[in-house]
Ligand binder design. Structure first.
Ligand code: NDP
Length: 333
């Protein structure tokens, strides 16, 4: 068996030295447990936070211990009554080629609804994050303008399309022309802005949002958010989903710098954590699955192959190498 452990806590941008690939023995399943072969593994920006030992809503990774995250796996040995050999499941598992898990801690998935990788993207945590963050906190209404940052990523692509489904004008901000082309021409966003190329994002945003901004779905924080916040309408809503522009900074959080803007506009800004919606995952997954099956919700996955690619795939999130959800394919079923 192979695993990836945290060798040291990153300072600033993580690099190869913070991780170690190791060969270890494969455990055998006890009564009630299953042996799982990892098929797809998800790398996610929030994992950066768990690599630090700062207090947060999820426990930090431990030095010399395997990292973990959401995985799609195949049951290859079962001592659980709930699961059979050949079943595909998803769950929180360690970054290993093979995991032993209690049968009740993983969830069987249905590859007739969507390909199994989709349970780590549109039907997984990132799709659900877009669904609850946009609909519960953003509350977009027909005709309103919704701006999404990190718009070509896993959460952003879904959040923007969910806003389109409500009849909103949707403007996405992302880091390459190809990404802008994708969100506008494939996903139907009304406009897209490449923040890496722009020398005046504020002005471009004003042009793209002639009626101001009613909902800002924020995945990135920092200067991009400062520009959007200047355009908030009265009673705007801002679901604070992520702040990736701050995750690798050693000199503290970049903001959003918004106090007077919020007072003047009576806007509502609210951070949220997907874990808090666990009792509604079923509802969210069913909603997303229905729109995926009707072809009204598209999703993209950037899939790299091989267990040895996991750390590079993770680093790529901070360089923007992914379009849609970044996944690693570890093995064929
Ligand atoms: P993405 O698929 O969006 O991947 C990360 C993207 O962030 C990159 O592709 C890159 O795109 C962009 N990015 C990287 N660095 C910067 C930067 N300095 N400034 C602006 N953009 C940057 O990841 P996810 O969809 O999985 O996550 C999106 C956000 O949502 C993250 O902040 C994440 O932490 C958060 N999140 C929050 C959850 C919650 O429960 N609150 C749950 C899941 C995710 P580009 O080329 O456009 O720069």
């Amino acid at each position: 068996n192979e695993q990836i452990v945290l060798a040291s806590r990153p300072e600033g941008m993580p690099n190869e030295e913070n991780f170690r690939y190791e060969t270890v023995e494969t455990n055998r399943p006890d009564e009630g447990q299953v042996l799982l072969k990892t098929l797809y593994l998800s790398v996610d920006p929030y994992m950066r936070g768990r690599m630090s030992d700062a207090k947060s809503y999820v426990a930090p990774f431990q030095i010399d211990e395997p990292l973990n995250g959401t995985v799609v796996a195949e049951v290859i040995e079962s001592r659980s009554e709930q699961l059979e050999v050949g079943d595909k499941v998803t769950g929180f598992l360690e970054w290993k080629k093979f995991n032993v898990a209690d049968g009740h801690t993983v969830r069987k998935i249905d590859d007739k609804i969507a390909p199994i990788s989709a349970y780590l993207s549109v039907l997984g945590l990132t799709g659900l994050t877009a669904y609850f963050g946009l609909y519960d906190i953003g509350e977009p209404k027909e005709g309103e303008t919704v701006v999404v940052s990190g718009a070509a990523g896993a959460v952003g692509t879904i959040a923007g399309q969910l806003a389109k489904l409500k009849g909103c004008r949707v403007v996405g901000i992302a880091g390459s022309d190809d990404k802008i082309d994708y969100i506008v021409n494939e996903l139907g966003f009304d406009a897209g802005l490449n923040y890496k190329k722009s020398d005046n994002l504020q002005k471009e945003l004003e042009e793209a949002c002639p009626n101001g901004v009613d909902v800002y779905f924020d995945n990135v924080g920092g200067e991009i958010s400062d520009a959007v916040m200047n355009l908030l309408n009265t009673h705007a809503r801002i679901p604070l989903c992520g702040a990736i522009s701050s995750y690798n900074r050693t000199d503290g959080d970049l903001g959003p710098r918004v106090q007077t803007k919020l007072i003047k506009t009576r806007a509502k800004i609210q951070g949220f954590v997907l874990n808090d919606y666990q009792d509604r995952f079923q509802e969210g997954t069913e909603f997303l699955a229905q729109y995926v099956q009707n072809d009204q919700l598209k999703y993209e996955e950037t899939i790299v192959e091989g267990f040895e690619s996991v750390t590079d795939a993770f680093f790529g999130l901070f360089q923007g190498t992914n379009l849609g959800k970044q996944l690693v394919k570890v093995a064929d079923p």
